[in-house]
Write a protein of this length. Structure first.
Length: 244
């Protein structure tokens, strides 16, 4: 009985060892196979091509809008995402869509309209002097009016000598002066209450009269020893657009 019992125990020990060896070898083989499958899958995995559909609008000669579809083949690593077509319009033409506009232009040969440069008007400064006829003149004689025009024109021509100065500005200087029959200047003064201008304009108006002496003598029909004249010298600076 003891020999048979010992023999059975030995056989069971051998069978357990063989079973454990086979089980370990099987687990090792499965582990190696799984590692090889993962490594091979990562090494030879290639991105799948996907089609990208772009819909854009093209103005027609009749004034309408025509929709055109352009299909481009692109490659994406993540195949689970779905690309949606985007309609390029003026409303959604944000900077991010400029890439799609460029792709559509290159694929179809269409040229995008270029923006015309804005026009900037250039201005120049124009200075002028005028001495209008005053309505308060008491003498309506034609000879007197003609003589008055001659002395106003002479004062105006002299006033232009002072136009190119940094202190020149828009304003008016009202002056009154007395001329003798010979054309000599008897007196001159500025009427401050009716003048509007800086000190430079006042001095320019006063000198314009003094430096115009001598004036022409009175016409024969004006039998006066002296006459008083009133003049309003108007100085103007304005911006005018340059001619194209």
């Amino acid at each position: 009985m003891s020999k048979n019992w010992q023999l059975q125990i030995s056989q069971r020990t051998i069978e357990d060892g063989v079973f454990r060896f086979c089980l370990g070898a099987s687990l090792a083989a499965h582990l190696v196979t799984a590692v090889l499958l993962v490594t091979t899958h990562r090494k030879y995995q290639k991105p799948l091509p996907k089609e990208l559909e772009i819909v854009y609008q093209v103005p027609t000669s009749a004034g309408g809008v025509e929709h055109k579809v352009e299909t481009l083949v692109k490659t994406f690593k993540k195949t689970s995402q779905t690309m949606r077509p985007e309609i390029l319009t003026r409303e959604n033409s944000a900077p991010a869509s400029l890439i799609q506009e460029e792709m559509a232009r290159q694929s179809t040969g269409l040229s995008l309209p270029e923006k015309a440069p804005g026009k900037h008007l250039a201005f120049s400064t124009k200075s002028s002097i005028s001495i209008p006829v005053l309505q308060a003149e008491k003498i309506s004689n034609a000879k007197y009016m003609s003589y008055n025009e001659r002395i106003r024109q002479k004062i105006k021509n002299r006033a232009y000598f002072y136009i190119d100065h940094p202190d020149f500005e828009s304003g008016e200087v009202y002056l009154t002066f007395v001329l003798l029959a010979s054309g000599e200047l008897k007196e001159v003064q500025i009427i401050d209450a009716q003048s509007r201008g800086n000190e430079y304009l006042r001095g320019a108006g006063l000198r314009s009269i003094k430096e115009s002496v001598p004036f022409p003598p009175f016409p024969g029909d004006l039998k006066y020893p002296e006459l008083t004249f009133n003049v309003l010298i108007s100085f103007t600076i304005e911006d005018v657009p340059d001619s194209p």
